[in-house]
Design a protein around this ligand. Structure first.
Ligand code: HEC
Ligand code: HEC
Length: 453
C-alpha cells in the first residue's frame, strides 16, 4: 500500500504522461482490492496487557505508543501527593483514577452483575432538558456526571444502585429466553436534590480498539447512508461537526472524548478542558488544591492520543470459515443496514504518507432509535426518546470475554450477544423479529459468526 501511495504522489507530478496514468489506475485498483476486505486495523493479541498497534511503527513512534499505553494505565494521585512526579490531580470528585480502570486494556468496562451499587466503569451521566451545557450549576450543581468516588476528606456526590427485573419470552421454535431490565435509584445526594426532569444516562465504558480508525472514516462516507437527522451532529468549538464517539456520538474525536474523560470522570484538567467538573455549588470541591496547570501535561496527553490512534482491533480468525451462513443471515435479517460491514478510511501514516483503505467495523457511525425499552429514563420515571450510535461489532466477542462474565449494550444490561440482539426494537424491530423467527441452528450459526468478527 505504501508503494501505491508513493506512485500516486509521483503520478501527480507526471500527470501529463498517459502511460503513467494507466499504471497509476492499475495500482489504485490493486490497492483497493488488497484493502477491500476490511482487514486493516487487525492484529493478533498475544498478551492482553500488551495490546499491539495495527500500524508498523518506527522506534520513535513505538516509544510514544508505549508511553501512551503507560499513561493509559497510570493511576493518578490526589493533588499534592508527595513525590507524585506530575501524575497528581485526580478528583476531588471523580469516578475512577485511571483510563484502564474503566477500559480494561482497551476492552470494554464491566457493568453490574447483580442488583446493588453502581460505580466503576458504569458511569451515570446527567442531562436536564433545556439547560445550557455552559451553565456553572449544570444539572442542579452536579455537573455532567455523577461522581461516585472522592479523595480523602470529601464524600462522593451520590450513591447509585440498580435493580434488575426479569423479562421472559420465547423464540418462534419455543425456546425460552430471559432478559434483565435495569432500574436505577440515586441516593445520598451530597449537594441537594436533583430536578425531577433530570435524565439519568447510565453509560458503560465502551471498547477502544480501533478508535483511531473510526476517526479516520471520512464524513462523506458516513453521511452517504444517513437518513434525515440520522447523523450525530455536535456543536464543537463553534463548528458543526460530526460526532462519532460515545454511545450517542456525543464526542467528535478521540481527543474530544479523552479531554472529557479527564475532566468529568477523573476530575483532571488538560489543555482543551482546563477545569474539571466541580460546579460553583460544590465549594468544598473547588477549595481543594490542584495538581498543576494543566493537571495533565501536554506531552502525556499527546502520547495517550497516539496510543489510542494506533491501538489495533483483535483478530479472531475467519468468521466466514467458522460459520459459512453467518454473513448471509446477518445481511438477510437487516443487521448490516446499521452494522455496516465495510467503511473506507483515509489517514496519514507515521511517515507522513496519505493512506486509503477499508476497515470492517460493523457500524454506520449513525444514530438510531432502538425503542423505549433501551431509552433513558428521567427521575420522574418517564422514558425519553433516545438515539444510539450503532455499536461497532468488530471483536465484540473478544471485548466481552476480556471482562468475563460479559456485559453488553450502553448500560451493560445484556449478559450475552444473544441478549443484546433481543433488546433491539424501534428501528431494529424487524431485524430482531427475524432473529427470533430463525430455527435454533441458524441462530447458533449467526452467533458463532459474530463470535469471530
Ligand atoms: C469512570 C470510567 C471511565 C474512565 C476513567 C474513562 N472512561 Fe472513557 N468512557 C467511559 C464511558 C462511560 C464512555 C462512554 C461515554 C458516552 O457514551 O458518552 C467512554 C468513552 C470513551 C471513548 C469513546 C469510544 C467510542 O468508540 O465511543 C474513548 C476514546 C475513551 N472513553 C477514552 C478514555 C481515555 C483515554 C480515558 C483516560 C483519560 C478514559 N476514557 C477514562 C468511561 C470511562
Ligand atoms: C436500526 C439499526 C440496527 C439494526 C438493524 C441492528 N442493530 Fe445492533 N445495535 C444498534 C445500536 C444502535 C446498538 C447500541 C444500542 C445500545 O447500546 O443501547 C446496537 C448494539 C448491538 C450489539 C451490542 C454491542 C455492544 O458492544 O454492546 C450487538 C451484539 C448487536 N447490536 C447485534 C445486532 C444484530 C445481530 C443485528 C441483526 C439481528 C442487529 N444488531 C441489528 C443498531 C442496530
Amino acid at each position: 500500500m505504501t508503494d501505491g501511495t508513493t506512485m500516486r504522489g509521483q503520478g501527480i507530478r507526471v500527470v501529463m504522461a498517459a502511460v503513467w496514468l494507466a499504471t497509476l489506475s492499475q495500482q489504485v485498483l490493486a490497492d483497493a482490492a488488497a484493502a477491500a476486505d476490511g482487514s486493516l486495523g487487525r492484529a493478533v493479541f498475544k498478551d492482553a496487557h500488551d495490546p499491539p498497534s495495527w500500524q508498523a511503527l518506527d522506534a520513535a513512534a513505538r516509544a510514544r505508543y508505549d508511553f501512551g499505553h503507560a499513561v493509559f494505565n497510570t493511576h493518578w494521585l490526589p493533588a499534592g501527593t508527595r513525590d507524585a512526579a506530575r501524575i497528581d490531580g485526580v478528583g476531588p470528585l471523580y469516578n475512577a483514577g485511571a483510563c484502564d480502570s474503566c477500559h480494561t486494556e482497551g476492552a470494554r468496562g464491566r457493568g453490574p452483575l447483580a442488583d446493588g451499587g453502581v460505580g466503576g466503569s458504569l458511569v451515570v451521566q446527567l442531562e436536564t432538558p433545556g439547560a445550557s451545557s455552559a451553565a456553572p450549576d449544570l444539572n442542579s450543581g452536579y455537573g455532567h456526571v455523577l461522581n461516585t468516588a472522592a479523595i480523602d476528606g470529601l464524600a462522593p456526590e451520590a450513591t447509585v444502585t440498580v435493580r434488575y427485573q426479569v423479562r421472559s419470552g420465547r423464540y418462534a421454535d419455543g425456546t425460552a429466553w430471559q432478559l434483565r431490565a435495569p432500574q436505577y435509584t440515586v441516593s445520598d445526594l451530597r449537594y441537594g436534590a436533583l430536578d425531577a426532569s433530570t435524565v439519568l444516562k447510565p453509560r458503560l465504558a465502551p471498547p477502544l480498539f480501533g478508535a483511531g480508525l473510526l476517526e479516520a472514516v471520512p464524513d462523506d462516507a458516513i453521511l452517504a447512508t444517513a437518513p434525515p437527522a440520522g447523523a450525530a451532529w455536535q456543536d464543537h468549538r463553534g463548528r458543526r461537526t460530526l460526532g462519532r464517539f460515545g454511545w450517542q456520538g456525543g464526542s467528535v474525536s478521540v481527543r474530544d472524548q479523552t479531554s472529557k474523560a479527564f475532566a468529568r470522570e477523573m476530575g483532571m484538567g488538560s489543555s482543551d478542558i482546563p477545569a474539571d467538573d466541580c460546579t460553583t455549588a460544590q465549594r468544598d470541591c473547588r477549595a481543594q488544591p490542584n495538581g498543576g496547570e494543566p493537571e495533565v501535561a501536554d506531552e502525556r496527553l499527546a502520547a495517550l492520543l497516539e496510543f489510542q490512534r494506533w491501538l489495533a482491533v483483535p483478530s479472531l480468525g475467519d468468521a466466514d470459515a467458522v460459520a459459512p451462513r453467518g454473513r448471509r443471515l446477518f445481511a438477510d435479517l437487516g443487521c448490516a443496514g446499521c452494522h455496516r460491514p465495510i467503511l473506507p478510511v483515509a489517514y496519514t501514516d507515521p511517515a507522513g504518507h496519505e493512506v486509503r483503505g477499508t476497515i470492517a467495523p460493523y457500524t454506520d457511525l449513525l444514530l438510531h432509535d432502538l425503542g423505549p425499552g433501551l431509552a433513558d429514563v428521567d427521575l420522574a420515571g418517564r422514558s425519553v426518546p433516545t438515539r444510539w450510535r450503532t455499536a461497532p461489532l468488530w471483536a465484540v466477542a473478544y471485548t466481552a470475554r476480556a471482562v468475563s462474565p460479559p456485559t453488553l449494550l450502553h448500560d451493560g444490561r445484556a449478559r450475552t450477544v444473544e441478549e443484546a440482539i433481543l433488546w433491539h426494537d424501534g428501528e431494529a424491530q424487524a431485524a430482531r423479529r427475524g432473529f427470533e423467527a430463525l430455527p435454533a441452528d441458524a441462530r447458533r450459526e449467526l452467533l458463532d459468526w459474530l463470535a469471530h468478527l
